[in-house]
Design a protein around this ligand. Structure first.
Ligand SMILES: Nc1ncnc2c1ncn2[C@@H]1O[C@H](COP(=O)(O)OP(=O)(O)OP(=O)(O)O)[C@@H](O)[C@H]1O
Length: 312
């Protein structure tokens, strides 16, 4: 099988990026399969953007190797440029150009000409609801409209692989939902997607994710598998004195985390504790009638159990 048709679109080994001795990305290994949405989940500053910039060939790694679509990066970055799309956090649009002019400019960058250029610009304007905004300056558009234009410019040349850096941070929840539906349309049409996010609900939509912290990958896999294999049971407690209970539980060895959600306390109990409900009931701060219920893990629970900083 030729490299371009391989089932692996990104392979990185031992990827490091140091800025004056500070390791923003610290030994990252990645294998991303074709046809999926792969998410980097992690807090601000954990190295998501730096990792993505190395994968796109925009930043040279300090150490490690990267292969994207069978090309060696950054050596073959120029060839790769025509096969990938990249939507940056700031959307990289020209505010003093109109929608059509932004698309026209990107078409030139990607070397689109003649009929294909015209038809692709028309197609993306239609698909991303930009036709009525064709003469609007990008700088005068709403966050959601700018996001649609940024996506339209990133996919104009029909890239095999699309990189999206926190694409929904500046948009409202409805635009976010709509945007994700558009991503799944792209996947169905054969595009593979790598996306960074710090939103748990977005990460849950990905086929696979890597949980990042301090430049390192702490865990990776399908969200469901990560939730099932997280090494803790999730118990919710409903009681009037939740702050006192939380304080008490956090001093206990068997407890990984306890966080209040409204009228409930969500407690992560280590898996080695065979009967977590009985374990909690034995705590003197709990009233015998306190409601204790085992619940389904969430990705946020996985995040808390796999990262140190998220623990509370
Ligand atoms: N050019 C640079 N020079 C020095 N430090 C940098 C540079 N680029 C990034 N960093 C540092 O590297 C760390 C990782 O930054 P990065 O932007 O990759 O994180 P991130 O997870 O994408 O977060 P954010 O969502 O805030 O961009 C941060 O501490 C950042 O300050």
């Amino acid at each position: 099988m030729s490299a371009a048709l391989s089932d692996i679109v990104v392979r990185a080994e031992g990827l490091v990026k140091s800025f004056k001795g500070f390791r923003a990305v610290d030994g990252l290994d990645l294998t991303i399969e074709r046809g999926m949405i792969y998410g980097f989940l992690g807090p601000n500053g954990c190295g998501k953007t730096t990792a993505m910039r190395m994968l796109t060939g925009l930043l040279t790694p300090t150490e490690g190797t990267v292969e994207v679509l069978g090309l060696s990066v950054p050596k073959d970055a120029e060839t790769l440029k025509y096969k990938i799309g990249y939507m940056t956090q700031s959307f990289s649009l020209y505010g003093d150009l109109t929608v059509r002019e932004n698309l026209d400019f990107m078409a030139t960058i990607y070397g689109l000409s003649g009929k294909r250029r015209k038809s692709r610009i028309g197609e993306v304007m239609e698909r991303y609801e930009l036709t009525d905004l064709a003469n609007r300056f990008a700088g005068k558009m709403s966050g959601g409209q700018r996001q649609r234009l940024a996506l339209a410019t990133a996919v104009l040349h029909e890239p095999q692989l699309l990189f999206l850096d926190e694409p929904t941070s500046a948009v409202d929840p409805e635009s976010r939902r709509h945007f994700w539906e558009q991503l799944f349309d792209l996947v169905e049409a054969g595009t593979s997607i790598v996306v960074t996010t710090h939103f748990m609900d977005e990460a849950e939509r990905c086929h696979k994710i890597a949980i990042m912290e301090a430049g390192k990958k702490r865990a990776d896999g399908r969200p469901k598998d990560l939730m099932n294999g997280m090494g803790a049971n999730v118990i919710e407690i409903e009681a009037p004195n939740l702050r006192a209970i939380r304080h008490d539980l956090l001093g206990s060895d068997g407890i990984l985390a306890a966080a209040q959600l409204g009228a409930r306390l969500r407690v992560l109990v280590k898996q080695e504790i065979a009967d977590p409900e009985a374990f909690l009931r034995a705590n003197p701060a709990l009233h015998p009638a306190t409601v204790i219920e085992k619940v389904r893990p969430s990705l946020e629970d996985v995040f808390v159990t796999t990262t140190g900083e998220g623990r509370q």
